[in-house]
Design a protein around this ligand. Structure first.
Ligand SMILES: Nc1ncnc2c1ncn2[C@@H]1O[C@H](COP(=O)(O)OP(=O)(O)OP(=O)(O)O)[C@@H](O)[C@H]1O
Ligand SMILES: [Mg+2]
Length: 218
């Protein structure tokens, strides 16, 4: 079982989009997957409720202290995907403590990258007292199709000394269009490229899980 958290207090960087699609990807591939909303805005909750027959198991936690209950209900699942809050406060610190992997979506702009520094500090402080857990990596989110990501973006990210996934998401209409119906890019849209983006992120996460000493995905 692995707890994968999508965290970045910067609003609109793609946390909910990546969380919901990643969870559906794992679910569709036969892995028991729980989607967890920890954001008081409740976007994942709204997404889940928008579809009456949503096949994904789902739970929402409104308070950091309640999150302590999550490891207790985690056992039946192969993967738990946590959609993070949009403010750096107690909830994010609580999520960091129970995560095996943290994925930090970041839009390809220096301002957005610099804005992650407090989150990175929190993650690194946790890693220092736990022998390197949770693992963490950046993923470029919402890149403009066809543009080459500048060296300055890579350089800014490298300064944090955390891995950056090779996979990215690009700006595609199918993400908001599917979300508005409580659906994912795997739900019958002509969305081959978006599906590849999400499955390729999942592949890299799976590698991080299997290469490390993380509790293994069953
Ligand atoms: N790759 C993408 N292509 C097009 N639109 C996207 C993409 N990723 C996210 N969006 C859209 O951008 C907006 C913000 O994305 P999302 O809600 O996933 O970000 P978030 O980090 O969860 O935001 P918040 O901090 O408010 O929770 C949404 O309208 C979403 O549909
Ligand atoms: Mg969100």
């Amino acid at each position: 079982m692995a707890i994968i958290s999508i965290l970045n207090p910067k609003g609109g960087c793609g946390k909910t989009t990546i969380s919901t699609n990643l969870a559906r990807h794992y679910h569709d591939n036969g892995l028991k997957t729980l989607l967890v909303d920890t954001d008081p805005q409740g976007s994942s909750s709204d997404w889940h409720a928008a579809r009456e027959d949503n096949p994904l198991p789902f739970i929402s936690y409104g308070k950091p202290e309640n999150l302590k209950a999550l490891p207790g209900i985690a056992a039946p699942y192969n993967n738990i995907i946590i959609d993070g809050a949009a403010k750096l406060e107690g909830m994010i610190a609580a999520v960091i403590k129970i995560s095996d992997i943290i994925l930090i979506p970041v839009q390809p702009s220096p301002y957005d990258i610099w804005a992650t520094s407090d989150l990175v500090d929190l993650i690194k402080a946790r890693q220092e007292v736990t022998d390197g857990n949770p693992k963490a990596a950046f993923v470029i989110s919402r890149a403009i199709k066809g543009t080459i990501l500048g060296n300055e973006i890579s350089a800014a990210l490298e300064e944090y000394n955390l891995p950056v996934l090779n996979s990215i998401t690009t700006q595609r209409q199918v993400y908001p269009r599917s979300a508005s119906q409580g659906l994912s890019v795997f739900d019958g849209f002509m969305a081959l490229k978006a599906r590849l983006e999400i499955s390729s992120i999942a592949d890299e996460l799976d590698n991080m899980i299997t290469q490390g000493d993380i509790r293994n995905v069953a």
